[in-house]
Ligand binder design. Sequence first.
Ligand code: NAP
Length: 295
Amino acid sequence: MSALIIDGKKIAAEIREEIKKEVEKLKAEHGITPGLATILVGDDPASISYVKAKQNVAKKLGFYSVQENLPADTSEEELLELIRRYNKDSSIHGILVQLPLPKHINEERVIMEIVPEKDVDGFHPVNLGNLVRGKPTFVPCTPLGVMVMLEKIGCEVEGKEVVIVGRSNIVGKPLAILLFQKSKPVGNATVTVCHTATRDLAFHTKRADILIVAVGKPKLITADMVKEGAVVIDVGVNRIGQTPEGKAILCGDVDFEKVKEKASAITPVPGGVGPMTITMLMKNTLEAAKRMVKK
Ligand code: NAP
Protein backbone atom coordinates (compact mmCIF):
# COMPACT_ATOMS: atom_id res chain seq x y z
CA MET A 1 0.00 0.00 0.00
CA SER A 2 1.25 3.48 -0.77
CA ALA A 3 -0.08 6.27 1.38
CA LEU A 4 -2.00 9.39 0.48
CA ILE A 5 0.63 12.13 0.62
CA ILE A 6 -1.07 14.94 2.51
CA ASP A 7 -0.42 18.11 0.56
CA GLY A 8 -0.05 20.74 3.29
CA LYS A 9 0.76 23.41 0.72
CA LYS A 10 -2.50 22.83 -1.14
CA ILE A 11 -4.65 22.73 1.99
CA ALA A 12 -2.90 25.85 3.30
CA ALA A 13 -3.39 27.66 -0.03
CA GLU A 14 -7.14 26.97 0.08
CA ILE A 15 -7.42 28.32 3.63
CA ARG A 16 -5.31 31.37 2.71
CA GLU A 17 -7.76 32.19 -0.09
CA GLU A 18 -10.60 32.16 2.45
CA ILE A 19 -8.58 34.36 4.83
CA LYS A 20 -7.79 36.82 2.03
CA LYS A 21 -11.49 37.21 1.26
CA GLU A 22 -12.30 37.74 4.93
CA VAL A 23 -9.57 40.37 5.20
CA GLU A 24 -11.08 42.25 2.24
CA LYS A 25 -14.53 42.04 3.82
CA LEU A 26 -13.25 43.29 7.18
CA LYS A 27 -11.59 46.24 5.45
CA ALA A 28 -14.64 47.08 3.34
CA GLU A 29 -17.27 46.70 6.03
CA HIS A 30 -15.45 47.90 9.13
CA GLY A 31 -12.33 49.72 7.91
CA ILE A 32 -10.13 47.31 9.87
CA THR A 33 -6.94 45.87 8.40
CA PRO A 34 -5.54 42.97 10.46
CA GLY A 35 -2.09 44.00 11.70
CA LEU A 36 0.72 41.62 12.60
CA ALA A 37 3.98 42.61 14.29
CA THR A 38 6.78 40.05 14.14
CA ILE A 39 9.81 40.50 16.35
CA LEU A 40 13.08 38.74 15.71
CA VAL A 41 16.03 38.96 18.07
CA GLY A 42 19.41 37.89 16.71
CA ASP A 43 20.44 36.25 13.45
CA ASP A 44 19.61 32.55 13.73
CA PRO A 45 19.20 31.48 10.06
CA ALA A 46 16.17 29.23 10.72
CA SER A 47 14.40 31.99 12.67
CA ILE A 48 15.17 34.54 9.94
CA SER A 49 13.63 32.29 7.30
CA TYR A 50 10.54 31.53 9.44
CA VAL A 51 9.91 35.23 10.12
CA LYS A 52 10.43 36.13 6.47
CA ALA A 53 7.93 33.47 5.41
CA LYS A 54 5.38 34.75 7.94
CA GLN A 55 5.78 38.34 6.77
CA ASN A 56 5.48 37.34 3.10
CA VAL A 57 2.24 35.47 3.68
CA ALA A 58 0.85 38.31 5.81
CA LYS A 59 1.49 40.81 3.01
CA LYS A 60 0.04 38.51 0.33
CA LEU A 61 -3.17 38.16 2.33
CA GLY A 62 -3.58 41.93 2.67
CA PHE A 63 -2.52 42.26 6.32
CA TYR A 64 -0.71 45.30 7.64
CA SER A 65 2.59 43.85 8.76
CA VAL A 66 5.54 45.23 10.67
CA GLN A 67 8.85 43.47 11.10
CA GLU A 68 11.27 44.31 13.93
CA ASN A 69 14.79 42.93 13.56
CA LEU A 70 16.65 43.43 16.82
CA PRO A 71 20.34 42.69 17.38
CA ALA A 72 21.30 39.59 19.43
CA ASP A 73 22.52 41.77 22.31
CA THR A 74 19.14 43.50 22.77
CA SER A 75 18.35 43.59 26.48
CA GLU A 76 15.28 41.91 27.91
CA GLU A 77 13.94 45.30 29.03
CA GLU A 78 14.29 46.74 25.50
CA LEU A 79 12.34 43.81 24.09
CA LEU A 80 9.65 44.09 26.78
CA GLU A 81 9.34 47.82 26.06
CA LEU A 82 8.81 47.13 22.36
CA ILE A 83 6.11 44.58 23.20
CA ARG A 84 4.41 47.11 25.49
CA ARG A 85 4.39 49.58 22.59
CA TYR A 86 2.69 47.07 20.27
CA ASN A 87 0.29 46.08 23.05
CA LYS A 88 -1.00 49.67 22.93
CA ASP A 89 -0.84 50.10 19.14
CA SER A 90 -4.39 49.81 17.77
CA SER A 91 -3.17 49.06 14.23
CA ILE A 92 -1.57 45.82 15.53
CA HIS A 93 -3.84 42.89 16.38
CA GLY A 94 -1.23 40.15 16.67
CA ILE A 95 2.27 40.14 18.15
CA LEU A 96 4.66 37.33 17.40
CA VAL A 97 8.06 37.04 19.05
CA GLN A 98 10.09 34.45 17.17
CA LEU A 99 11.45 31.76 19.50
CA PRO A 100 13.98 30.71 20.60
CA LEU A 101 15.34 33.93 22.08
CA PRO A 102 18.99 34.55 22.98
CA LYS A 103 19.89 32.94 26.32
CA HIS A 104 20.06 36.20 28.29
CA ILE A 105 16.36 36.86 27.65
CA ASN A 106 13.76 35.09 29.78
CA GLU A 107 11.27 33.57 27.35
CA GLU A 108 8.58 33.21 30.02
CA ARG A 109 8.68 36.93 30.86
CA VAL A 110 8.43 37.81 27.18
CA ILE A 111 5.43 35.53 26.60
CA MET A 112 3.74 36.97 29.71
CA GLU A 113 4.23 40.55 28.49
CA ILE A 114 2.14 40.13 25.33
CA VAL A 115 -1.49 40.92 26.14
CA PRO A 116 -3.56 37.72 25.71
CA GLU A 117 -5.79 39.45 23.11
CA LYS A 118 -2.76 39.89 20.81
CA ASP A 119 -1.07 36.57 21.64
CA VAL A 120 -1.70 35.01 18.22
CA ASP A 121 0.86 32.28 18.95
CA GLY A 122 -1.38 31.11 21.81
CA PHE A 123 1.49 30.74 24.28
CA HIS A 124 0.21 33.05 27.04
CA PRO A 125 -1.02 31.17 30.13
CA VAL A 126 -4.45 32.80 29.79
CA ASN A 127 -4.86 31.36 26.30
CA LEU A 128 -3.39 28.00 27.29
CA GLY A 129 -5.71 27.97 30.32
CA ASN A 130 -8.71 28.59 28.08
CA LEU A 131 -7.53 25.76 25.83
CA VAL A 132 -7.39 23.35 28.76
CA ARG A 133 -10.86 24.46 29.86
CA GLY A 134 -12.23 23.99 26.33
CA LYS A 135 -13.06 27.70 25.95
CA PRO A 136 -12.59 29.83 22.80
CA THR A 137 -8.96 30.95 22.65
CA PHE A 138 -5.94 31.43 20.43
CA VAL A 139 -4.74 27.88 19.84
CA PRO A 140 -0.98 27.52 19.18
CA CYS A 141 -0.47 27.55 15.42
CA THR A 142 1.18 24.17 14.79
CA PRO A 143 -1.32 22.10 16.83
CA LEU A 144 -4.17 24.05 15.23
CA GLY A 145 -2.64 23.39 11.80
CA VAL A 146 -2.52 19.65 12.51
CA MET A 147 -6.15 19.63 13.66
CA VAL A 148 -7.34 21.52 10.58
CA MET A 149 -5.29 19.21 8.35
CA LEU A 150 -6.89 16.10 9.89
CA GLU A 151 -10.31 17.64 9.39
CA LYS A 152 -9.59 18.61 5.77
CA ILE A 153 -8.48 15.10 4.81
CA GLY A 154 -11.61 13.71 6.45
CA CYS A 155 -9.68 11.75 9.05
CA GLU A 156 -12.03 10.29 11.66
CA VAL A 157 -10.54 11.03 15.05
CA GLU A 158 -13.30 10.16 17.53
CA GLY A 159 -12.50 7.02 19.52
CA LYS A 160 -9.18 6.50 17.72
CA GLU A 161 -5.88 5.69 19.39
CA VAL A 162 -3.72 8.75 18.85
CA VAL A 163 -0.07 8.65 19.84
CA ILE A 164 1.90 11.89 20.03
CA VAL A 165 5.67 11.72 20.31
CA GLY A 166 6.97 14.92 21.95
CA ARG A 167 5.45 16.96 24.78
CA SER A 168 6.64 20.52 24.17
CA ASN A 169 4.48 23.46 25.23
CA ILE A 170 4.20 24.61 21.63
CA VAL A 171 3.32 21.33 19.91
CA GLY A 172 2.82 18.06 21.82
CA LYS A 173 1.01 19.30 24.93
CA PRO A 174 -1.60 21.56 23.26
CA LEU A 175 -2.15 18.94 20.56
CA ALA A 176 -2.91 16.28 23.16
CA ILE A 177 -5.48 18.58 24.78
CA LEU A 178 -7.15 19.34 21.45
CA LEU A 179 -7.32 15.69 20.46
CA PHE A 180 -8.82 14.35 23.66
CA GLN A 181 -11.19 17.31 24.09
CA LYS A 182 -14.85 16.31 23.97
CA SER A 183 -15.44 18.01 20.66
CA LYS A 184 -16.12 17.20 17.04
CA PRO A 185 -15.09 16.70 14.29
CA VAL A 186 -11.49 16.18 15.35
CA GLY A 187 -11.53 15.61 19.11
CA ASN A 188 -12.69 12.76 21.35
CA ALA A 189 -9.67 10.54 20.75
CA THR A 190 -7.77 8.39 23.23
CA VAL A 191 -4.39 10.06 23.44
CA THR A 192 -0.99 8.77 24.53
CA VAL A 193 1.93 11.18 24.79
CA CYS A 194 5.50 9.82 24.54
CA HIS A 195 8.75 11.53 25.53
CA THR A 196 12.34 10.73 26.49
CA ALA A 197 11.28 8.79 29.59
CA THR A 198 8.91 6.55 27.61
CA ARG A 199 10.23 3.02 28.13
CA ASP A 200 9.25 1.38 24.88
CA LEU A 201 8.47 3.97 22.22
CA ALA A 202 7.74 1.43 19.48
CA PHE A 203 5.19 -0.37 21.69
CA HIS A 204 3.12 2.82 21.73
CA THR A 205 3.67 4.01 18.16
CA LYS A 206 2.67 0.59 16.78
CA ARG A 207 -0.74 0.92 18.47
CA ALA A 208 -1.47 4.29 16.89
CA ASP A 209 -4.31 4.77 14.41
CA ILE A 210 -3.00 8.32 14.16
CA LEU A 211 0.67 8.93 14.90
CA ILE A 212 1.92 12.50 15.35
CA VAL A 213 5.63 13.08 15.77
CA ALA A 214 7.13 16.36 17.04
CA VAL A 215 10.60 15.61 18.31
CA GLY A 216 13.35 17.06 16.11
CA LYS A 217 15.27 13.84 15.39
CA PRO A 218 15.68 12.79 11.74
CA LYS A 219 14.04 9.44 10.94
CA LEU A 220 13.35 8.58 14.60
CA ILE A 221 10.21 6.76 13.45
CA THR A 222 10.97 3.82 11.20
CA ALA A 223 8.51 1.63 9.29
CA ASP A 224 8.60 -1.19 11.87
CA MET A 225 7.28 1.30 14.48
CA VAL A 226 4.14 2.11 12.48
CA LYS A 227 0.85 0.22 12.27
CA GLU A 228 -0.37 -0.78 8.82
CA GLY A 229 -2.86 1.85 7.60
CA ALA A 230 -2.00 4.49 10.21
CA VAL A 231 -2.28 8.22 9.51
CA VAL A 232 1.16 9.72 10.16
CA ILE A 233 1.69 13.44 10.79
CA ASP A 234 5.33 14.47 10.85
CA VAL A 235 5.81 17.83 12.56
CA GLY A 236 9.59 17.55 12.81
CA VAL A 237 11.83 19.84 10.78
CA ASN A 238 15.49 18.85 10.72
CA ARG A 239 18.21 20.62 8.75
CA ILE A 240 20.41 17.84 7.43
CA GLY A 241 22.59 19.73 4.96
CA GLN A 242 22.74 22.40 2.31
CA THR A 243 22.28 22.44 -1.45
CA PRO A 244 25.18 23.86 -3.51
CA GLU A 245 23.05 27.06 -3.73
CA GLY A 246 23.07 27.31 0.07
CA LYS A 247 19.43 26.24 0.60
CA ALA A 248 18.78 24.09 3.68
CA ILE A 249 17.98 20.43 3.04
CA LEU A 250 15.13 19.43 5.36
CA CYS A 251 13.72 16.16 6.61
CA GLY A 252 11.16 15.17 9.21
CA ASP A 253 11.22 12.86 12.22
CA VAL A 254 9.70 10.00 10.19
CA ASP A 255 11.47 7.80 7.67
CA PHE A 256 9.12 9.07 4.97
CA GLU A 257 10.11 6.78 2.06
CA LYS A 258 9.65 3.55 4.02
CA VAL A 259 6.72 4.63 6.21
CA LYS A 260 4.66 5.83 3.23
CA GLU A 261 4.50 2.20 2.07
CA LYS A 262 2.76 1.25 5.29
CA ALA A 263 0.66 4.27 6.28
CA SER A 264 -2.72 5.17 4.78
CA ALA A 265 -1.81 8.88 4.79
CA ILE A 266 1.37 10.78 5.62
CA THR A 267 2.66 14.36 5.59
CA PRO A 268 5.91 15.12 3.76
CA VAL A 269 8.66 17.41 5.09
CA PRO A 270 8.82 20.02 3.70
CA GLY A 271 5.32 20.73 2.37
CA GLY A 272 3.29 19.14 5.18
CA VAL A 273 2.65 20.76 8.54
CA GLY A 274 4.93 23.79 7.95
CA PRO A 275 2.62 25.70 5.55
CA MET A 276 -0.31 24.98 7.88
CA THR A 277 1.49 26.57 10.85
CA ILE A 278 2.00 29.88 9.04
CA THR A 279 -1.57 29.85 7.79
CA MET A 280 -2.93 29.34 11.30
CA LEU A 281 -0.92 32.35 12.46
CA MET A 282 -2.81 34.40 9.86
CA LYS A 283 -6.10 32.84 10.93
CA ASN A 284 -5.43 33.79 14.56
CA THR A 285 -4.42 37.33 13.61
CA LEU A 286 -7.56 37.73 11.52
CA GLU A 287 -9.58 36.44 14.48
CA ALA A 288 -7.87 38.97 16.79
CA ALA A 289 -8.82 41.77 14.38
CA LYS A 290 -12.40 40.50 14.08
CA ARG A 291 -12.73 40.62 17.86
CA MET A 292 -12.22 44.40 17.59
CA VAL A 293 -15.49 44.59 15.63
CA LYS A 294 -17.37 42.61 18.24
CA LYS A 295 -16.15 44.93 21.02
P1 NAP B 1 11.21 20.39 21.73
O1 NAP B 1 10.71 21.50 22.56
O2 NAP B 1 12.68 20.15 21.60
O3 NAP B 1 10.53 19.04 22.24
C1 NAP B 1 10.89 17.80 21.73
C2 NAP B 1 10.10 16.73 22.42
O4 NAP B 1 10.52 15.47 21.90
C3 NAP B 1 10.33 16.68 23.94
O5 NAP B 1 9.10 16.48 24.60
C4 NAP B 1 11.25 15.47 24.11
O6 NAP B 1 11.05 14.77 25.33
C5 NAP B 1 10.81 14.59 22.97
N1 NAP B 1 11.88 13.67 22.56
C6 NAP B 1 13.16 13.95 22.24
N2 NAP B 1 13.81 12.83 21.89
C7 NAP B 1 12.93 11.81 22.00
C8 NAP B 1 13.01 10.42 21.79
N3 NAP B 1 14.14 9.84 21.38
N4 NAP B 1 11.91 9.69 22.01
C9 NAP B 1 10.74 10.26 22.43
N5 NAP B 1 10.61 11.58 22.63
C10 NAP B 1 11.68 12.34 22.42
O7 NAP B 1 10.69 20.50 20.24
P2 NAP B 1 9.43 21.25 19.57
O8 NAP B 1 9.61 22.70 19.67
O9 NAP B 1 8.16 20.61 20.01
O10 NAP B 1 9.68 20.82 18.05
C11 NAP B 1 9.74 19.47 17.66
C12 NAP B 1 10.06 19.41 16.18
O11 NAP B 1 9.01 20.01 15.46
C13 NAP B 1 11.32 20.17 15.76
O12 NAP B 1 11.94 19.49 14.70
C14 NAP B 1 10.80 21.49 15.29
O13 NAP B 1 11.64 22.11 14.34
C15 NAP B 1 9.51 21.06 14.65
N6 NAP B 1 8.49 22.10 14.57
C16 NAP B 1 7.90 22.25 13.37
C17 NAP B 1 6.91 23.17 13.22
C18 NAP B 1 6.24 23.30 11.89
O14 NAP B 1 5.55 24.26 11.67
N7 NAP B 1 6.39 22.34 11.01
C19 NAP B 1 6.53 23.97 14.30
C20 NAP B 1 7.13 23.77 15.54
C21 NAP B 1 8.12 22.81 15.66
P3 NAP B 1 11.34 15.41 26.79
O15 NAP B 1 10.19 16.30 27.07
O16 NAP B 1 11.40 14.25 27.68
O17 NAP B 1 12.65 16.15 26.65
